[in-house]
Structure formats: C-alpha cells, structure tokens
Design a protein around this ligand. Sequence first.
Ligand SMILES: Cc1cc2nc3c(=O)[nH]c(=O)nc-3n(C[C@H](O)[C@H](O)[C@H](O)COP(=O)(O)O)c2cc1C
Length: 336
Amino acid sequence: MSRDGKVVTMSQESQPATALAEAAATAGHAPSVHNTQPWRWRVLPDALELRSVADRQLAASDPEGRLLAISCGAALHHARVALAAQGWRAVVERRPDPRDSELVARLTDPDRVPADPDAMRLVQCMQVRHTDRRPVSDEPVPTTALEQITRAVTDEGGRLQILDRDQVLELAAAAGQAHAVEAEDPELRAELAYWTNRAGAGTGLTAEVLPEQPPQTTVPGRDFGRPGSLPIGPGHDQAAVYAMLHGDEDVPDGWLRAGESLSAGWLTATRLGVSVVPLSAVVEVPGTRQTLRQLLSGIGFPYLVIRLGIADPAHAGPPHTPRLTTAQVVDTSAVR
Ligand SMILES: Cc1cc2nc3c(=O)[nH]c(=O)nc-3n(C[C@H](O)[C@H](O)[C@H](O)COP(=O)(O)O)c2cc1C
C-alpha cells in the first residue's frame, strides 16, 4: 500500500505480480536525496524492474549519479524486504544490462516462502522512518545499537566507519567547506531552490521538515538555502555519532549496494529508536569527498556520511515528507 492509502489492485489476485506490485508500492517509503524519488517500477507477470529516472537526477550536484544510485538502492532494499514480509522470494539481478544504464535491477523467479517475521517488523519501520534534522538529545546511542546498525549495513555489502572525535572535527570542517562551495554556485543554488519549493508535487522538501534556523550541531547540517518551519529547540547534539558509509569501488554497483546498506542500517536504527540523518554535501563536492577518503586512510571510497542519535523525546518531530502516488511510480500496465 502507498502512503497515499491506495492499494494496488489487479485482476489476478495472489499471483506473483500482485506481490511484486505491492512490494514496489511499499518501496515508495524509501528515503532519497532531496526526496527526488528517482525511480520507476515496471511490474511484469513474473518479474519486477526498477529503473532510475533521469529527470529526477540532481544534474548539478550529482552529475555522476552517485546519490541517484544510492536512493534507488534504498528503494530496492525496501522492495526486497516487503516481498520477504509477504512470503515471497525473488532472484535479484543488479544492473543486469550494461547497455541499459537506467535499468537498475530486475527481480525474477518469484517463489513462495514462509513470511519472514523480521521483514514484517522492518516493513512497519518503513512506515515510521523519517529524517529528523533537529539536534539529537543528550542521550547517548547505545553501543549495542551501533553494532546492530553496522551489522545490518555489512550484511548488505556496505561498510560503516564510526568516526572518532578528531575525525568528526575534520568532517565538520569539510562540511562547512562543502556548504560554502555549494552556496557560491548559482546552478547548485537553483537546483536546491527547485527541490525545496515543490509544494503539492509529491517530491522535494516541504518547509515543515526543514529547520526554522540552523541547529547547533558539531557537524553543520546541509544549508537548504531557506529557513523552514520545523522548531528545533535549544539543544546541541553533543551526543550525536557520525559515521561514514563506504565501499571498495567508486562505481554504480558500489553506490547501489550502498543504498541497500543505507536502507538496512536506517530501518534497523528505526527499530532501535535511533534517528538517522544523511549528510551528502561533503560527498557531492570533489574536494571534500577527497578529504573523506583520507579519513578512511585510503581503504575505500566514501559514499555517504550519516548522523546517528536519539531524537528529542519531549517535542514532536517533523511530519512525513510527501511522496509521489503509487500510480506515478509503479507501472502495472503489463499485468492488468
Ligand atoms: C542519498 C541521500 C542523500 C541525502 N542527503 C541529505 C542531506 O545532505 N541532508 C539532509 O538533511 N537529508 C539528506 N537526505 C535525506 C532526504 O532528504 C530524505 O530521505 C528525503 O527528503 C525523504 O524524507 P524522509 O527520509 O523523511 O522520508 C538524503 C537521503 C539520501 C537517500
């Protein structure tokens, strides 16, 4: 079911196509850079295709498609989990056709298996997971939670490096530099303005999810170029943990796996009551991406930085960010 409450209906109830369509619709909850939702699903009688949508790629800040692929990877992981929760298993082919770069993944050979209770819990987490940009509370993130989140990331082929105090200070300097570079670039500013002024479009960031003033954080959050209306309170996120998602190769396959890992880690964090905020400006700007690489001591390539923490329990967080309707992202014309 989609966040807009529409159930996907088809003439062939309980056929694989019904489960595949349902999984694709559930994947609409996935996080994406600037809420671009740069994906489109095609349901076939015995397969599901995930395609990236070039129109919703950030041409100025993400020309290589790194964040687009991470976003699509998150949607792919959501769909895989949703299928498992319904009691289906499928073979996943990632980037199956080298001549068709927009074909991100194909799920084939759907088969019935017992419904997976862990996957069912994660589907519930998909419905409540969101990005809360307020400073986190003073409550520390339990070490066991960090271990479980790291394991969820690793199980999906990614790696997560928790940054130490000195590395966080270097990250803070790099984030400041990345924001300064992006603020000076008219194309980047225009792109951000476009994605933060999309009221009613079902994509982009609404004022309600953006802080009304820059929160006090060790590592500055992204400067969205406009104040929002989310009250942030007086806190400073001293207890926040910063981590870097990284992998062996700076190529689309690695980015896609990073997205699946991000989704797995974020849903696990949600289950454990840990809030996650991705920070991607440092990865978008080539110079600061290089700084991140040095923080990894050359053992990999940075894909995304995330902030982890326990959200302020005393005040309500932001509302959910809007989504495109299921009909806009899931094409069921081949099975109707
Ligand atoms: C690849 C990627 C990069 C992101 N970068 C940032 C970022 O730099 N700053 C930020 O505040 N949120 C960032 N986000 C969070 C998205 O803005 C958020 O997922 C999207 O608006 C949907 O909202 P939701 O997570 O509340 O469902 C990023 C998300 C993804 C998947």
